[in-house]
Design a protein around this ligand. Structure first.
Ligand code: ZN
Length: 413
């Protein structure tokens, strides 16, 4: 299974890469007993497959033949593991370490001196198509969907690609042209940028129905640096979300409005992340992107399900209520005392421009355009027919084992 040339291939070891890479490929006869029986099983296999598949990242620098061969094998292996894990449950207990355990342990380690009750908190992972983390403070439980990490990572890879592209372009121009670049990124006609905007919007649209997540493309970062940036931002976003939920567990809610509670939990989470080795610039950038993605997701929900008669003026396109959460007093004082280093700061400006562009894209499409995009996507991402799905699965199993006879000796449990 070793590719001839691994240049440009990266492993997202904070996800479930280890559990797939270290476990033997399930032997076909053992899979026969756990094939999906219902549509719900098929949906679950598709979601787990998308998550496992995305833990190997192929940059655009990977040569086409290596990409084709290695990606095909990796997809088949991930699919077989997905069938197994769908029936048996994901390997989330020890000794497998993955992001939710890593961040929880880290945060509890630094906060439990002041809040000893946090030592009892558990993170419970699900597969819901939702963009939220939530907690049950009385049970010391934090619930997060694995699909959300997958979506964050994906949108961050697309963002990092676009921003790196724009920054490289800017470097080649003189000062007088920089304004033109900014305008270009924001609104100027550009088919490539519209395509990228649509791919992020596609991910966000798909959160509003049960779908086959693996039918959405897996974006390829431009290079190693782009992958590392996206990975760093995703990790800080998830750590912030877990810290926010820990805030719900320790902050007394009596007499506070819902908005005040959210504000205090945001402050608690920012404070918990203040000593991150990446520095405050990266933390602020990651939080800012997180809130903007959440605001965009909320806006899409409003467009699809709100009763709006006046599309242009009746929609809260500015979304100040959500975006105000980015700029709490604590964050303002942070910005003052920790001037953002140049890179996260320019990254943020370009991503703001891209967010605006996506909003304008929705506005330009109008109600009818958004609905037709949405229904096309619903069709493309429908849950596969169970019998067809099983046929494809069997074909993948057989080809993998024929092409890699060495796997025949690895009889899984
Ligand atoms: Zn909250």
């Amino acid at each position: 299974m070793e590719p001839d040339n691994r240049a440009g291939i990266f492993f997202d070891v904070d996800s479930f890469w280890m559990s797939v890479a270290d476990a033997p490929v399930p032997y076909p006869p053992t899979l026969l007993g756990v094939l999906p029986r219902t549509d719900l099983d098929v949906l679950r296999v598709c979601s787990i497959f998308a998550i496992l598949r995305s833990s190997t990242i192929f940059t655009e620098l990977v040569p086409a033949d290596v990409f084709d061969n290695f990606q095909r094998d990796w997809r088949r292996i991930s699919l077989m593991h997905a069938v197994k894990y769908s029936a048996e449950g994901l390997p989330v207990s020890t000794p497998v370490r993955h992001w939710s355990r890593i961040y929880l342990e880290k945060l509890v380690g630094s906060l439990s001196g002041e809040h000893p009750q946090l030592s009892s908190v558990k993170v419970i992972l699900g597969l819901e198509h939702r963009f939220y983390a939530w907690s049950i403070p009385s049970k010391f439980e934090i619930h997060i969907s694995l699909v959300m990490r997958h979506y964050l990572m994906t949108t961050n890879i697309i963002f990092s690609n676009v921003v790196q592209w724009a920054m490289n372009l800017e470097e080649r121009l003189d000062d007088g042209d920089k304004e033109a670049v900014a305008a270009f990124v924001t609104r100027g006609p550009n088919a490539a940028l519209d395509k990228l905007s649509d791919s992020i919007l596609g991910y966000l649209f798909s959160l509003f129905f049960d779908c086959n997540v693996s039918a959405l493309g897996a974006p390829r970062p431009r290079d190693e640096r782009t992958f590392r940036i996206a990975n760093r931002i995703t990790n800080l976003q998830l750590e912030f979300m877990i810290a926010h939920e820990l805030g719900h567990i320790v902050i007394p809610e009596d007499g506070l409005s819902a908005a005040e509670i959210e504000g205090r939990c945001d402050d608690f989470a920012r404070e918990a992340l203040k000593d991150e080795p990446e520095g405050p610039g990266w933390v602020l950038l990651s939080i800012s992107l997180l809130f903007r993605v959440m605001a965009l997701e909320r806006l899409i929900g409003h467009l699809l399900y709100g009763s709006i008669s006046d599309w242009r003026h009746g929609v809260d396109w500015d979304q100040m209520a959500v975006l105000e959460r980015i700029g709490s007093p604590l964050s303002a004082s942070w910005v003052e005392s920790n001037a953002m280093t140049a890179f996260p700061s320019s990254f943020e400006s370009y991503s703001m421009a891209l967010f605006e562009r996506m909003k304008y894209r929705l506005k330009d499409l109008g109600k009818a355009g958004v609905y037709s995009h949405f229904s096309e996507l619903k069709e493309d991402m429908s849950i596969p027919d169970r019998d067809d799905f099983i046929k494809q699965l069997m074909a993948a199993m057989v080809s993998l084992h024929l092409e890699h006879p060495e796997l025949r000796d690895m009889k899984g449990e």
